[in-house]
Design a protein around this ligand. Structure first.
Ligand code: SF4
Ligand code: SF4
Length: 471
């Protein structure tokens, strides 16, 4: 065995450092156009909504507040408790199905127009363009030596990025902690350690993701990019280059010769505007976030050279092959039907939801007890939670066979919004008044208004069992 000899290893890409190639920073050219106006409008709505929503009030309290310490989520007029976890599960299932539906229909339109990563990156890029100029100027600035002008521009950009990132981080924590107290507390140095940690975490996550990582989040971190292709079919809306019309490209000598040439003039504008740095002319790629920047860029070129727009366009694979596109197809209809049914059930459950929780716990230490006067008693603990955002008065009653009565229990009591009360109650039976047997009983708690008017939509009953001795 020749232990001293080694297999010679050559680096196939000498520019690469080991297994990793240095990332080439993508400097995107700004492009105007119909789809980019739409994108600008949608990302503005996403970011402004995110920043404004926690400042809204509803009935004098923060309209959207995920109050984790008190384990209650206020969403406008409704408070969700841990017992309402089913609603959260439903909401998540409906959202996931809606995303599938949109993906089957319109590809990754969510990524291009409303994804938070896209929205914040676009805002960060607008700030970058404001301080450092367009693509050409930014590339020049990157190569320029570090002089006062460059430092000033870079400082302005990073400070503005950090301000937006801080607003994002503060707002995020403001969804979980009352924002009208959080913001003044933050600027007066009164926020606790955990609060500061989360504000810092989300500030730097925003700064890093939207300022530096950008398309890398979509390419390497987002799971949706990986599995969305399995949802595509030949009728899904995609951004595509019309190869039949564009090829062969008019470049070099072909530009001026009489040789037949396609409409693509190989200006590479579609590549320069692409946020993920791909060339859509190479075909459909998983990196494409369907932002349509290349559509707008190419349309401008086509306009300039007097050719019809749409060399790159929203289309379907069937349309590109000259076949008919089927908008209504079984998979889409199935998703739509399931979403509609789930939304109907969700809305129905929400409307009929009773904001009152009643649980009954039997005394586990003693099945029954016989008092000095001979009566038989069972003890229970009623756990009552007012899940509403207003206080209510309640009436407690017992539904049980004749002879069983409620003793040592308040018949009327009031709970403030979100208050939980533990009520010890006793059910008693007098064996001298009649035979006493074990029986099913039911405790009913009913909201009452004024004197004795009942609010029937606010009542809950809970069953239990009364246990008596055998003889
Ligand atoms: S923008 Fe249009 S014309 Fe220019 S390279 Fe891209 S596809 Fe060709
Ligand atoms: S290929 Fe076109 S649509 Fe896809 S990400 Fe790039 S610019 Fe956007």
């Amino acid at each position: 065995m020749n232990a001293g000899r080694r297999i010679p290893v050559e680096q196939s890409h000498p520019e690469a450092n080991g297994l990793y190639a240095k990332r080439q920073r993508i400097q995107i050219k700004d492009v105007k156009g119909h789809y980019q106006r739409l994108r600008d409008a949608s990302v503005r709505v996403v970011v402004v909504l995110y920043l404004v929503l926690p400042w809204l009030t509803w009935n004098g309290r923060q309209a959207i507040l995920f109050n984790l310490p008190d384990r209650r989520f206020n969403i406008f007029g409704i408070t969700f408790w841990p017992q309402d976890f089913l609603f959260l599960a439903w909401a998540l299932i409906i959202s996931a199905l809606a995303l599938f539906f949109v993906t089957v229909f319109a590809g990754r339109v969510y990524c291009g127009y409303v994804c938070p990563q896209t929205a914040w990156t676009r805002w960060f890029m607008a700030i970058e363009q404001f301080f450092e100029g367009d693509r050409h100027q930014r590339i020049k600035l990157d190569k320029a030596p570090l002089r006062l002008g460059k430092v000033a521009r870079r400082t302005g950009k990073h400070v503005s990025w950090l301000v937006l990132a801080l607003a994002t981080g503060l707002t995020f924590v403001g969804y979980f902690s009352p924002i009208r107290e959080l913001v003044p507390d933050f600027f007066t140095g009164q926020v606790g350690g955990w609060g500061l940690f989360w504000i810092g975490f989300f500030t730097f996550a925003t700064y890093g993701n939207a300022g530096f990582m950008r398309e890398q989040v979509c390419l390497y971190m987002c799971p949706y990019a990986r599995f969305q292709s399995v949802m595509f079919d030949r009728d899904t809306l995609i951004v595509s280059y019309d190869q039949a019309r564009g090829e062969p490209r008019r470049r070099g000598a072909r530009k001026h010769s009489e040789e037949p040439a396609g409409d693509c003039v190989d200006c590479a504008l579609c590549v320069q505007v692409c946020p993920t740095g791909i060339d859509i002319r190479d075909g459909l790629q998983y990196e494409c976030v369907t932002c349509a920047a290349c559509v707008d860029a190419c349309d401008q070129v086509m306009e300039r050279i007097g050719r019809p727009k749409g060399l790159i366009r929203y289309t379907t694979e069937n349309a590109l092959d000259g076949r008919q596109t089927h908008l209504l197809r079984p998979r889409l209809l199935a998703y739509g039907a399931v979403i509609l049914v789930l939304i109907g059930l969700f809305a129905g459950s929400l409307v009929t939801r009773v904001p009152l929780q009643v649980d009954v716990l039997r005394d586990r230490n003693q099945l029954y007890r016989v008092t000095g006067s001979g009566t038989i008693e069972n003890s229970y603990r009623l756990e009552i939670l007012n899940k509403d955002q207003s206080p209510h008065s309640y009436q407690l009653s017992l539904e049980a066979p004749a002879g069983l009565t409620l003793v040592n229990a308040p018949r009327r009591f009031t709970l403030s919004a979100g208050e939980h009360r533990s009520l010890p109650v006793t059910v008693s039976a007098d064996p001298y008044a009649g035979a006493v047997e074990s029986a099913d009983i039911r405790f009913r708690v009913r909201a009452v208004q004024g004197a004795d008017a009942e609010a029937p939509d606010m009542e809950m009953a809970h069953e239990s069992r009364f246990i008596a001795p055998r003889s």
